[in-house]
Design a protein around this ligand. Sequence first.
Ligand code: SAM
Length: 254
Amino acid sequence: MEGELFLLKDAKGRAFLIRLKEGGVFHHHRGTVPHEEIRKAGPGGKVWTHLGEELSVHHPTLEEYLLHMRRSATPTYPKDASAMVTLLDLAPGMRVLEAGTGSGGLTLFLARAVGPTGLVESYEKRPQHLAQAEANVKAFWQVENVRFHLGSLEEASLEPESVHGVALDLMEPWKVLAKATGALKPDRFLVAYLPNITQVLELVQRAEGLPLKLERVLEVAWREWEIRLPVAHPRFQQVGHTAFLVVFRKWKDC
Ligand code: SAM
C-alpha cells in the first residue's frame, strides 16, 4: 500500500492525487477518509467521507497525473505532449533527446512512447527542477528508460546522429538548436514547444544554415463539450492558447 498512487474524484468532478500511507487520512473539505478504505475500495470503486461525500477511486491516467502532480516548472499541456509524440513519430525502442526536463510531464509521454527498450535522454539546467522531475517520473513510471542529466543542453556532449527525435520545451531553443541537430539522425524530427509566435519566428530564422527543413507549425485545439442531457453544448470555459508546435525534419549531410 505504501506509496501507491490514487486519484479521487468528487461529485463536482474535482480530482485529488494522493499517495497512500500506512495510517494516512485523506482530507476533503466535506470530510475525511482513511487511506486504508481507499485501498480496499480499489480503482473503479467508491468511498465516502465521514460527512457522506461520495468519492470515486481511480488509478490516475497519465493525463490526470500530469495535471495534478507537483510542478517546479509548467508542464507541457497533455494535448500538446501527445501531439509531440505523434509528430516525433516515436515508437518502442527509439532513443529521444529532451530539454528542459522541467517537471517531467513531457518526459513521461516520451518514456511511455519509446517503452522499456527505448531511452529518453533528458537535460535540465536547474537542479531543483531536475529533482522534482525525477521524483514525478519515478512515482508514476516504474520503467528505467529515462536518463536525467543536470546541465544545459548546449554544454552536453552528444554522440552525432544518435537519437530518433528531439523534443524541446525551453525559452530559447535556438541556443541548443545546433547541438540538438547534430545528435539527430537524418530524416528524423525535432519538435519545439513555444508559447509565443515571436519565439517561433526567431527559431525559424536561427535554423537557417542548419540541415533542418521546417515542415509544420501548428496549434492543438481540443474543444470540450458539456453533456448533461438535455443540455449539450461546447463548454463555456475552454483551455485557450497553450503553445505552438514547430516541426523540423533533418536533411542528410551531403
Ligand atoms: N516540458 C516540461 C514538462 O512537461 O514538465 C516543462 C519544461 S519548462 C517549461 C522549461 C525548462 O527548461 C525549465 O525547467 C528550465 O530550467 C529548462 N531549461 C531552459 N533552458 C535550458 C537549457 N538550455 N538546457 C536545459 N534545460 C533548460
